[in-house]
Design a protein around this ligand. Sequence first.
Ligand code: HEM
Ligand code: HEM
Length: 185
Amino acid sequence: MMTGDHEPGWIRVWDPLVRLFHWSLVLSFAVAWLSANSWEDVHMWTGFAAGGLVLLRVVWGFIGTPYARFSRFVHPPQRVIAYLQAVATGSEARHLGHNPAGGAMIVALILATGMTAFTGWLLTTDAFWGVTWMQHVHNWTAHGTILLVGLHVAGVALASYRHNENLVVAMIVGTKRPIRADDIE
Ligand code: HEM
Ligand code: HEM
């Protein structure tokens, strides 16, 4: 349902910058990916856009609204592993913000997208123009990012199913249903 924003008691979780960042990143990354072999100008500009968005998100991760902060959703590996073990047994708690595995994935996505844009930019500099190994690194980081995106979307689908809520809609409208007894705020 798209009515989340009007539901009484629903909690504002994702601020406008996070939501705009996310869907702009999806768009710019998708166009950069699709234009990689065909349309160099579009490829470079959408790739730069993805890189710029990631940089902006890193800053927002330190100064942004509470749920957007890294300190809120980046956890030590033991906590991520414990969460994944709970997922395996179907006993993981619902999280109002990003869950621990989601948080780890966000760090991975930001690094992978950032590395892809950075190595793409390097290919346009005098030092790396036409340098084969850097072309390979750029290609690998791009493919690695796509792999992570696949896992990311699968994780979103699984968490949505398990907790009976549409996380994609939440990333559009920004609100989520209030916490219940076993949820983690
Ligand atoms: C159509 C494909 C995609 C869908 C449906 C999707 C959906 C989502 C959802 C629902 C969340 C919030 C997860 C939660 O509730 O904890 C999220 C977060 C995130 N996604 Fe995606 N995503 C997609 C593609 C991508 C791509 C292509 C990237 C990067 C290249 C990406 C990077 C991120 C990041 C960095 C966050 C964290 C948001 C923040 O806190 O700022 N996503 N995504
Ligand atoms: C994060 C977004 C980006 C993605 C997903 C991406 C993806 C790719 C992929 C998959 C290729 C390999 C094409 C092939 O060899 O078959 C490629 C090539 C290339 N990309 Fe990107 N790229 C991104 C950002 C950038 C940026 C920001 C720039 C420069 C400003 C750039 C410049 C290039 C160049 C010059 C090539 C051709 C390299 C060659 O001749 O093999 N890319 N990109």
